[in-house]
Design a protein around this ligand. Structure first.
Ligand code: DGL
Length: 271
């Protein structure tokens, strides 16, 4: 692959959840130029069928090809679980999947009892359970879909009664399971992690795969001598297919960036 270290890194998700990954990436690789793309027009992806998920994933990847990225980071578990294998090796740049973080969760679970919360599509694909089974057959994974979270978070409910009521209901489903760690298997969920903690026993460790995913991206860049060693701070560009004001608000909340420039994008054109 012919790539330049100064080329940007694409980061993508169905909406603003992937900003949790972009944040970690920007933190550990501050000189990298990042192009973030969120499909707020067609989110949530969780209830969609595999064909649609793969088609939409390809549109992001086609856009990144035009942008001449050196790498694209799947900041979405739903697209990773259904689309990553199909995309691997087919683009002229490196692809980084969302990490399942199963190993990280097992490390903090003495009885190997792990909970996972994710979208319906990710749970249906057994994304985390399959990795756990391969790692160690004694790991018990209890994966549950939380379909109401993403529409609420993208509706601006990140710290109010509407989201808290649903958090309480979903976390209560784990009360008899005695899980020791809970993997946040959707990139939107770290945005509400304080609320999730509030409704879980204190011995449950929340595991957010965003940092280990960003670290995996850094490793690939290092191995291939593609780290941008420009002393300057990297640029951050944001593209969203709808709701630019909400997107700007989420960039501020998740990444701490005031008044980000948000550009529009029609992903359906990138077939
Ligand atoms: N944030 C995404 C994930 O990690 C998907 C959310 C959705 O669109 O349902 O799976």
């Amino acid at each position: 692959m012919q790539m330049q270290a100064c080329a940007p890194i694409g980061v993508f998700d169905s909406g603003s959840g992937g900003l949790t990954v972009a944040y970690q990436l920007h933190k550990i690789l501050p000189s990298e130029n990042i192009i973030y793309v969120g499909d707020l027009q067609r989110m949530p992806y969780g209830p969609r069928n595999p064909g649609e998920i793969i088609k939409f994933m390809q549109q992001f990847l086609n856009f990144f090809k035009l942008k001449k990225v050196k790498m694209a980071v799947f900041a979405c578990n739903t697209m990773t679980s259904w689309g990553f294998d199909a995309a691997a090796g087919r683009e002229p740049y490196y692809l980084v999947p969302m990490n399942t973080a199963v190993a990280e969760a097992v490390a903090v679970s003495p009885h190997k009892k792990i909970g996972v919360i994710a979208t319906e599509a990710t749970v249906r694909k057994n994304f985390h359970s399959d990795v756990a089974a391969e790692l160690d057959k004694d790991i018990q994974v209890i994966a549950r879909a939380c379909p109401e979270f993403v529409p609420l978070i993208e509706g601006g409910h990140i710290d109010d009664m509407a989201i808290e009521t649903v958090v309480r209901r979903y976390m209560a489903m784990f009360s008899a399971d005695k899980i020791e760690a809970l993997i946040l298997g959707c990139t939107h969920y770290p945005i509400i992690k304080d609320l999730l903690k509030k409704y879980l026993p204190s011995y449950v460790t929340l595991v957010d795969p965003a940092l280990s995913t960003a670290e995996a991206a850094r490793n690939i860049l290092e191995q291939n001598k593609l780290i941008n060693d420009d002393r300057q701070k990297g640029s951050l560009e944001f593209f969203f297919s709808a709701m630019p004001e909400h997107a700007g608000e989420m960039v501020k909340i998740v990444m701490g960036i005031d008044n980000p420039v948000i550009s529009g994008i029609d992903l359906s054109k990138f077939n």
